[in-house]
Design a protein around this ligand. Structure first.
Ligand code: ATP
Ligand code: MG
Ligand code: MG
Length: 361
């Protein structure tokens, strides 16, 4: 927002929110009506970059000031059950799924959907948290022990485990006037349910598949009257697209757009939310993004690479936590591959870059 000459005010329940390093901050609980009303009175538009802001809070703000994306879109995307139901209504197939509210439901769902399957909390999960993978019926007890308590609060969903060929995401932006744009498809690799590596444009994607994925994203956005940036996460299985989830916000698989696209996801989100013209979503070449999970490696090999970019989030190192990322850009797939070979070796992270090297080769 800042390069566009905009001033921002961030509301966060966390008193030492890292946003305070760069902008003015209001500390308030999501249910604090008085503080939220005062906040709404100080701003012209509201958005969020965190999908677990309670939809009721967004609705309360929307009574006073423009909130984009709208609270209904946020509410749908917060619940894996309503999200997958919406996907199917919009014509996007999904893995088989069933709502699970009790241990009996779980046993019945396993019976109907089969194994392997994944039990997930309907709400609040991220980076693979709140998930349990079931391989045999003997896992039902362990799955219930792990997630039954969370399920009693917000409900659970059982999904068929999809032996997908690859994972893609559509990063899209829709303006207040309905203008819709996408960046080229991104291919993603997860390790233990956490995004590890992204590559854009996704190599080896047919025009037909790309157009189908974009059409699905557009249909979903129009159904939700969505304004802003979102990501649609897809599995590809035997040439078919299956909807995994959508993120109603700027997304980790779109971080490469900061350096790799003419307009980043962050800038276009702000433009959309404020009703400004959307920026060019074209790319400057090929990009790879490497996530730093748990701890940061030595930045030197990335910084020594031409068009290599380092992002340190200033977060305390903790197992499983995303603490930064790097983006490597190049003019074409061949030179990106060569850079990744070098950076991977320099970092001692050959394994992390290997899938990209494979498909760029
Ligand atoms: P995010 O951090 O993207 O919000 P999340 O915690 O909401 O993640 P999901 O996207 O549902 O979780 O799952 C994380 C990853 O686990 C997926 O990207 C995929 O690699 C794997 N996964 C999830 N569901 C399935 C499934 N039904 N079949 C196969 N793999 C799956
Ligand atoms: Mg998610
Ligand atoms: Mg996901």
């Amino acid at each position: 927002a800042s390069p566009l000459g905009l001033r921002t005010l961030v509301v966060d329940p966390v008193a030492d929110s890292c946003a305070g390093q760069v902008t003015d901050l209001v500390t308030a609980e999501w249910g604090d009506a008085a503080a939220l009303a005062e906040f709404a009175g100080r701003v012209d538009a509201v958005t969020f970059d965190f999908e677990n802001v309670p939809a009721a809070t967004a609705e309360r703000l929307a009574a006073q000031v423009a909130v984009h994306p709208n609270p209904r879109a946020l509410a749908v995307a917060q619940d894996r059950l309503s999200e997958k139901t919406l996907f199917r209504e919009s014509g996007l197939n999904t893995p088989e799924f069933a709502a699970v509210d009790s241990r009996d439901d779980l046993a019945a769902a396993v019976e109907r959907i089969g194994l392997p399957a994944i039990l997930k909390t309907r709400r609040l999960g991220y980076d693979g948290k709140g998930q349990f993978r079931l391989k045999t019926p003997a896992d039902i007890d362990a799955a219930w022990a792990a997630l039954g308590e969370a399920g009693a609060k917000h409900g659970l969903i059982l999904e068929a485990f999809v032996p997908f060929d690859r994972e893609l995401s559509v990063l899209a932006v829709r303006g207040r006037d309905g203008e819709f744009r996408t960046w080229p498809l991104t291919r993603n690799w997860h390790v233990d349910g956490v995004l590890s590596l992204s590559l854009a444009p996704a190599p080896g994607t047919s025009d037909e598949l790309e157009q189908a994925a974009v059409a699905q994203a557009r249909a979903i956005a129009e159904r939700l009257d969505y304004v802003g940036v979102f990501a649609l996460e897809l599995f590809v299985r035997n040439g078919e697209l299956l909807g995994n989830e959508m993120a109603p916000r700027v997304h980790n698989s779109g971080h490469w757009t900061i350096e790799g696209a003419h307009t980043s996801q962050f800038e276009n989100h702000v433009r959309a939310v404020l009703g400004l013209p959307l920026g060019d979503t074209g790319v400057r070449g090929a990009s790879a993004m490497l996530n730093w999970i748990g701890e940061l490696p030595d930045p030197a090999p990335v910084l020594a690479t031409a068009d290599g970019h380092w992002h340190d989030y200033g977060k305390e190192a903790r197992p499983g936590r995303k603490v930064g990322h790097a983006t490597i850009c190049a003019s074409d797939a061949g030179s990106l591959r060569a850079k990744l070979v070098e950076v991977g070796a320099g970092l001692g992270r050959e394994e992390q870059v290997a899938p990209a090297i494979d498909v760029l080769g």
